[in-house]
Design a protein around this ligand. Structure first.
Ligand code: ARG
Length: 401
């Protein structure tokens, strides 16, 4: 990379304020001779002004911030909820859904700032590097993507030394785990969690109480969905991000949403992950319950297959593809009648659907009931069974030896 001093070029770095990306600011400057513009996105739990200050302290030429919470919810989380996307039946995909948005914000910032490259703090071992690199390549293929942590080969201690030598104002707080979080959930990996036999220590969890330490009384929440989108809790209309935050608090308080999963990474390794996703777990359960009321059997079966395809695609960093758009079109169509209310009981680490109601439910009481008012044609059952059982009878008559 040869840049003349008169035109040093600009790099936009996705900046979290942690050690890695703080060290990346001077490192990129030194290695690329570029001006570093940091970009910090709030996807749920970020104190933007303090991170912006730190970015300037570690040498950014400019520190951009974006409150991306509503976009995250509307364009990524809720479509994934409607799709029923849960990776390997366990992981609601919080990090995986945040990365394409980070890629998009990076590309947009680079273009408006006239930067030739974007940079991010992913390591060379995870899925996140793939999601961001592929995301940027899809949206702005002319941009170079730099992943300093993947390239520099520094240990954490080396990074601390590097920071000290340059007087970077960085606290040495070493967390025991590698953590990522956004509105949809929190993930913790590495450290002692790498022993899959070992029960995660309580310190691995931050959003949820241990079941033994939750309120004795269950709490009930009623969630309203409008065509598959949650719009109100307990009768109170809420914007998506507020609704998710609220459920994270309430369900987390009751210990709901802890997930301990050994998952298959895209890069070919298995890793043990600890997730907390109180709102996502609650909303997926409620949404599924409403679909059970409103989708036909065939729709439900097909949709379950699509859900898995959708989850794999999100996990594998293929958000910005025509395939995802096609799947979204299908999912969107399935949600036409997924409107109604679901009642969920949260208690001692469990989330149980206990009630559901939908104005256009396929569940019809007069067909289901065993009581008076039954409209199901019992006599017709006999003829149905005769035809339905015909091939079974035929085979047993002809081939029984
Ligand atoms: N294993 C999860 C995923 O691939 C979480 C990754 C968390 N990332 C992190 N940098 N700690 O989506």
């Amino acid at each position: 990379m040869t840049q003349t001093p008169a035109n040093p070029g600009k790099i936009v770095l996705a900046y979290s304020g942690g050690l890695d990306t703080s060290v990346a600011v001077p490192w990129l400057k030194e290695h690329y001779g570029a001006e570093i513009i940091t970009l910090t996105m709030d996807l749920g739990m970020v104190d933007l002004p303090s991170i912006q200050r730190r970015a300037m302290e570690v040498g950014a030429a400019k520190a951009l911030t974006v409150d991306a919470r509503d976009v995250l919810v509307d364009e990524f989380l809720f479509p994934a909820l409607q799709a029923g996307a849960i990776y390997e039946g366990m992981y609601p995909l919080a990090t995986a859904l945040g990365r394409p948005l980070i890629a998009r914000c990076l590309a947009e910032a680079a273009i408006s700032e006239g930067a030739y490259a974007v940079a991010h703090g992913c390591t060379g071992k995870g899925n996140d590097q793939v999601r961001i690199d592929v995301g940027v390549a899809a949206l702005a293929p002319e941009l170079k993507v730099i992943a300093p942590i993947r390239d520099w080969g520094m240990s954490r201690e080396d990074e601390m030394d590097y920071a000290r030598e340059r007087n970077l104002p960085i606290s040495a707080s070493k967390s025991r785990f590698s953590v990522d979080e956004n509105l949809w959930g929190r993930s913790a990996e590495a450290g002692e969690l790498e022993d899959p036999w070992r029960e995660p220590p309580e310190e691995a969890y931050e959003w949820t109480r241990p079941a033994a330490d939750t309120p004795q009384e269950a709490v009930y929440v009623e969630i309203h969905f409008d065509r598959g989108i949650p719009t109100a809790v307990d009768g109170e209309s809420m914007a998506g991000s507020a609704l998710i935050s609220h459920l994270n608090t309430v369900a987390g308080e009751h210990g709901v949403g802890r997930i301990d999963h050994v998952e298959n990474r895209l890069v070919g390794i298995k890793s043990r992950e600890i997730y907390e996703a109180p709102a996502a777990v609650t909303l997926h359960a409620a949404h599924q319950a409403l679909e059970n009321m409103t989708l036909s059997r065939d729709q439900a079966r097909a949709k379950a297959r699509i859900a898995q395809e959708y989850a794999d695609l999100v996990y594998n960093g293929l958000w910005f593809t025509a395939h995802r758009e096609d799947l979204d079109a299908y999912v969107h169509s399935t949600q036409r009648y997924v409107t109604g209310d679901v009642r969920v009981r949260l208690h001692r680490g469990t989330c149980t659907v206990v009630g559901r109601a939908a104005p256009q439910a396929l569940y019809q009481h007069q067909l289901a009931t065993y009581d008076r008012g039954d409209t199901f044609d019992h006599a017709a059952a006999e003829g149905f069974i005769s035809i339905y059982g015909l091939p079974v009878r035929t085979q047993n008559r002809v081939q029984r030896d």
